[in-house]
Design a binder for this molecule. Structure first.
Ligand code: ATP
Length: 135
């Protein structure tokens, strides 16, 4: 079994889609190990997106992820990292396949509802950032 860090970004909360999106992860069979609704500051955004801070798209992304409450989650299950990324779909909601969260529910490449760690190593790094006290 494996753990992954998932964010239901502020657009998910604002649009009232927390139940819809969380329901897809639960229906797939993933378990919720930790869950927290919180509004983050720019420092936490910079830590989480360390690999993107120099990119052109980062300043508006930083504004977006700090714009209101999001739901941070640790999900657990067999191959959870890959399973979550498959459920999320391609980064750009306009191009993501129907049947995926982004493909069904997002029309944006920034406001794309969800984040999922991209590798087991990233998951470990990100879980420490978001849930430092999780055993
Ligand atoms: P995530 O890491 O959030 O699961 P991802 O791995 O599909 O998404 P990344 O390439 O890691 O995508 O980009 C991180 C986030 O940055 C994306 O989820 C999206 O919100 C934003 N982003 C990525 N590329 C662009 C872009 N070209 N324009 C605007 N926002 C972007």
């Amino acid at each position: 079994s494996q753990r992954t860090l998932v964010l239901l970004k502020p657009d998910t909360v604002r649009r009232g889609l927390v139940g819809e999106v969380l329901g897809r992860f639960e229906a797939k069979g993933l378990s919720i190990v930790a869950m927290d609704l919180r509004t983050i500051d720019g420092d936490l955004a910079d830590q989480h997106y360390a690999e993107h801070v120099e990119r052109d798209f980062y300043p508006p992304l930083r504004t977006f992820v700090t714009s209101g409450p999001l739901v941070a989650l640790v999900l657990e299950g067999d191959e959870a990292v890959e399973v979550v990324r498959a459920l999320n779909g391609a980064t750009d909601g306009r191009k993501a396949a129907p049947g995926t969260i982004r493909g069904d529910l997002s029309l944006s490449n920034r406001e794309n509802l969800v984040h999922g760690s991209d590798s087991p190593e990233s998951a470990e790094r990100e879980i420490k950032i978001w849930f430092p006290d999780l055993p």
